[in-house]
Design a protein around this ligand. Structure first.
Ligand SMILES: Cc1ncc(COP(=O)(O)O)c(C=O)c1O
Ligand SMILES: N[C@@H](CCCC[NH3+])C(=O)O
Length: 421
């Protein structure tokens, strides 16, 4: 098994930093998420270091994991935020991210959300369509405000990642085709309440190879030259996020230094400030989902390891056939068996892995699903009236619950029977 930084075995028991996962599970019923403070901090600092030679603003993509503790840790290190909703703006501000480090992405920014962002004077709107541009102009000029914008261009580049998280192909809903964007910049420059400051691109998530970034960055560089010739003053290039992480033992995604060097090679001559929006590569490999075996069930062809975490807690395997390493929290045998690791939800898709060779396990044993720090907890639901898994943060030998488990009553009370029943 390939362990993650600050997640290791000590005396055959998995530890996050210096805390035994088995000890935590005595205190906090499974399933729960558990993150390493130090790993998050180191990943952020590695970005800072990688981009140190370039004028860069690192805007953490809040959607990857929006817990206030994580946002506040990143804010304390100087991070900005890439947000996609009013809710995420509120989360970022509340965690201490200054408005002048917030970039607002997303294809469906509503009137209310734009007004909210304008009222806080955020750093930049990443505009994804002409009607959005017009609405921002209308709302900003009505209040004598200026919205600083970049237009998200769609370069029609294949990101070589899962189709559901590819965003830079022409059939995707994101951005404005780069071939059409020149006229949209011309239009933007004519609008009241709009200051054109940059160009934005984001071609997808979990990219494991730098070549698609290179294609996209080169297209953007050429486009920025055209815009400058047209008289626009482009001072920002937002290169989005998307750098992949290792999920499987033999994955070798590019590192942050190589990625930063590539940005410099393709875009450095333009003397613009670089905005980068990493999500997964900051938090993905800093967290695990801890679960208990409920039953081991022998079928006709298969053996099912039924655990107490489900697709409602971690949807990535069901949604993208994503691979996550699964490993016992306590290593006490060399004997292995093949298991389909499944959850309790009443769907066949509630499967974490098929025919996975694991050490022999039995009821009540603890397992950890690795690489769950990004797009884990944030994508969870209460489907089957299961409670959201709590989140724990560990630093050194201390740990704290950073999102507590609701009660069933909290969940049920949200429903209202009409008074006219
Ligand atoms: C606009 C934008 N920026 C940044 C990100 C963060 O991506 P990742 O978590 O892959 O770094 C995303 C998600 O793919 C996104 O849609
Ligand atoms: N939810 C996706 C990533 C989406 C990125 C959002 N733009 C995942 O789990 O891999």
């Amino acid at each position: 098994m390939k362990t993650q930084a600050h997640i290791s075995y000590q005396d055959n028991t998995m530890h996050v930093e210096k805390v035994s996962v088995a000890a935590m599970a005595k205190d906090i019923p499974t399933p729960f998420y558990c993150y390493s403070y130090t790993a998050i901090k180191e990943n952020y600092l590695a970005y800072q270091q990688a981009f140190a030679e370039q004028d860069t603003l690192i805007c953490y993509a809040v959607k990857a994991n929006s817990n206030q503790a994580i946002l506040s840790l990143l804010a304390s290190l100087g991070a900005g935020a890439d947000v996609v909703s009013e809710g995420e703006i509120r989360r970022a501000l509340q965690a201490g991210v200054p408005a002048n480090k917030i970039v607002f992405s997303g294809v469906a920014k509503t009137r209310k959300e734009i007004a909210y962002a304008l009222s806080h004077n955020i750093f930049q709107f990443n505009v994804e369509s002409e009607p959005e541009l017009q609405l921002i102009s209308e709302l900003a000029s009505a209040q004598n405000l200026t919205a600083c914008i970049s237009i998200r261009v769609n370069p029609n580049v294949c990101a070589n990642t899962h189709a559901k998280i590819t965003t830079g192909k022409s059939e995707n809903k994101f951005g404005i085709p780069i071939t059409k964007a020149r006229s949209v910049y011309h239009f933007a420059a004519s609008l009241p309440g709009i200051k054109v400051q940059g160009v934005d691109v984001h071609i997808g998530s979990q990219l494991t190879d730098l070549a698609p970034f290179e294609q996209a960055f080169n297209k953007v560089a050429e486009f920025v030259d055209t815009l400058e010739e047209d008289g626009h003053d482009i001072s920002i290039i937002d290169i989005g996020g998307g750098l992949g992480i290792d999920y499987a033992e033999d994955d070798t995604p590019p590192n942050k230094d190589a990625y930063a060097k590539l940005a410099k090679k393709c875009l450095g001559h333009l003397n613009c400030k670089i905005v980068v929006e990493p999500g997964r590569s900051i938090v993905g490999n800093t967290g695990i989902l801890v679960s208990s075996v409920v039953y081991v069930k022998k079928g006709e062809e298969r053996q099912f390891l039924i655990i107490d975490a489900g697709m409602n807690d971690l949807i990535r395997p069901s949604m993208y056939d994503a691979y996550h390493q699964i490993t016992p929290v306590i290593r006490n045998t060399n004997e292995t068996a093949l298991y389909d690791v499944v959850g309790p939800v009443c769907e066949t898709g509630d499967t974490f892995s098929k025919n996975r060779e694991l050490p022999v396990l039995q009821s009540d044993d603890l397992v950890a699903i690795l690489s769950c720090g990004a797009y884990g907890s944030v994508m969870s639901s209460t489907y089957n009236t299961r409670l959201f898994a709590p989140e724990i943060m560990v630093k050194d030998e201390q740990y704290s619950v950073i999102r507590s488990r609701q009660s069933y009553q909290d969940v049920i009370e949200q429903d209202v029977i009409p008074p006219w029943w």
